[in-house]
Design a binder for this molecule. Structure first.
Ligand code: HPA
Length: 162
């Protein structure tokens, strides 16, 4: 789940992640590195697998599921952002902001796994919509999008096994 920042983002949109900004202040790779799992200074210039992004965009098109594409800003939370932070993220090129995804994407990539990230835009980020953000709204939108997301994921997994 993420807050929408990019122009035209609406609650309920799915966004395939093509890159991220790590604003969590940390990394899951901090600490001694075990070379069995991956290198000390991994390249992350194509962390979100370009072929998986393309495959996902095709699957979405086939299914008639609108799919956005953009940059995910990952924050530590557990607060939502201030409106000033959201303006900063927008000026830095973020399309969405959320409190997850970045650590697991970094960890998986380090392990040599191919990473696909799809975020559900559950709300407009702070200051871009009306009223306050609340967790109930986030979970409710997530519930509404669930079937569409599952259909997309199923199609992607089937394509991968072809
Ligand atoms: N900000 C951060 N995390 C989120 C948001 C948000 O607006 N919505 C859902 N997760």
């Amino acid at each position: 789940a993420a807050g929408g920042i990019g122009r035209g983002m609406r609650p309920g949109d799915l966004m395939v992640i093509d890159d991220h900004l790590n604003f969590t202040g940390t990394s899951p790779l901090v600490g001694p590195n075990d070379e069995q799992f991956g290198p000390r200074f991994p390249d992350v210039s194509a962390l979100y697998d370009p072929a998986l992004i393309e495959l996902t965009e095709h699957a979405a098109l086939d299914l008639g599921i609108p799919l956005r594409r953009g940059v995910y800003a990952g924050v530590l939370g557990p607060t939502y952002e201030t409106p000033a932070e959201v303006r900063m993220f927008r000026s830095l090129g973020a399309d969405a902001v959320g409190m997850s995804t970045v650590p697991e994407a970094l960890q998986a990539h380090h392990l040599g796994l191919r990473v696909l990230g799809i975020s559900c835009i559950t709300n407009l980020a702070a200051g871009l919509g009306e009223g306050k953000l609340n967790h109930a709204e986030v979970t409710e939108v997530g519930r509404r999008v669930r079937d569409r997301f599952a259909a997309l994921l199923r199609a992607v997994l089937l394509d991968l096994n072809r």
